[in-house]
Design a protein. Structure first.
Length: 324
């Protein structure tokens, strides 16, 4: 029996999607990358285009598409606040209608389907660190709700398709991830800080910089996601995938300045509405069910990411929205 699978990756030209496509192609699978290129770059998958087991389709997942596949990784959705707030209605449609479309395909094809959910489902958490049993503290009418509630609704759809139609689903909740191929203008703290430091400009910190985040290197994240898709225990999740190491935003900025050798200074701006004060995963479930642990320390991952930022021509990238 052949172990080669036909695998669809929606959002496959994005930061994480492109690395996932690369891994699956290198494993010998037939990979279909689907993307509408709203926040992604074709250059992320350019090196795969000539390979016989890779196919790129420009398509918006809010519109149904008929493909024959064995597995689906659903990564399609803008993930940075400035981008998903730029068109909030389209953002929630991408999460909800996109989920309906990939679940319908999975049901028809009897395919396994994984939802790339997010730590944003926890909102501004009242428990710390966040376990999968925590139901979250989300403002349903706040500026981040289009993303937070869209991803929460997508999880609901995945579980209901599993309960009602026996679709083989998986749900991962992704915490902050960074690494080479991050869009330089995605508006996230790692890319913002590195770009500002390399330019010698002041580094912008919102609030006092004492809010915390955990930062998972892209290779660790992709390993956890692939393990989740391939686990044979019937474990559907949700499961947290992230690095439990916790750093303040100010600590991150200071480390970026040190590693870049920059003369940048820190400047402070008002904290945006509904910005979480603490965000850190409890990964005990991933350790138990997937035997997964992140292995790349923040310093090492940042060095690799900074080296990539130095290697690119920043003029070849444009901000996907006017928000950055």
């Amino acid at each position: 029996m052949s172990t080669i699978k036909r695998i669809l990756v929606t959002g496959g030209a994005g930061f994480l999607g492109s690395h996932l496509c690369e891994r699956l192609v290198n494993e010998g699978h037939d990979v279909i990358c689907l993307d509408n290129f709203f926040t992604s770059q074709k250059t992320n998958v350019q090196h795969l285009l000539e390979l016989p087991n890779f196919e790129l389709i420009r398509h918006d997942i809010t519109v149904p598409i008929w493909l024959e596949v064995d597995e689906i990784y659903n990564f399609a959705c803008p993930a940075a606040p400035g981008h998903y707030q730029y068109n909030p209605i389209k953002t929630i449609k991408t999460s909800v209608m996109g989920a309906i479309n990939v679940l319908g395909m999975a049901k028809r094809c009897r395919a396994k389907v994984l939802q790339a959910s997010t730590s944003e489902v926890y909102g501004d958490p009242e428990v710390h660190p966040q376990t999968e049993s925590y139901r979250g503290s989300v403002n349903p009418i706040g500026p981040r709700a289009c993303y937070d509630e869209g991803k929460r609704a997508a999880e609901t759809l995945f579980v209901d398709y599993h309960r009602t139609n026996r679709v083989d689903v998986r749900i991962v909740r992704i915490f902050n991830t960074y690494g080479p191929r991050m869009h330089p203008f995605d508006g996230r703290v790692v890319s913002n800080f590195i770009r500002q430091a390399l330019d010698g400009r002041d580094i912008t910190i919102f609030g006092e910089g004492d809010q915390t985040r955990s930062f998972c290197y892209r290779d660790d994240l992709i390993e956890g996601i692939v393990r989740m898709m391939n686990n044979g225990e019937g474990f559907i999740g949700p499961v947290n995938i992230g690095n439990p190491g916790e750093f303040t935003i100010k600590q991150l900025a200071e480390l970026v300045i040190e590693l870049t050798g920059s003369s940048s200074k820190l400047v402070y701006r008002p904290l945006p509405a509904d910005d979480p004060t603490r965000r850190c995963p409890d990964i005990a479930l991933a350790q138990e069910k997937l035997a997964w642990n992140p292995t790349v320390p923040l310093r090492d991952g940042l060095e690799k990411t900074i080296a990539w930022f130095r290697s690119i021509n920043i003029s070849e990238y444009r901000p996907p929205t006017p928000n950055y």
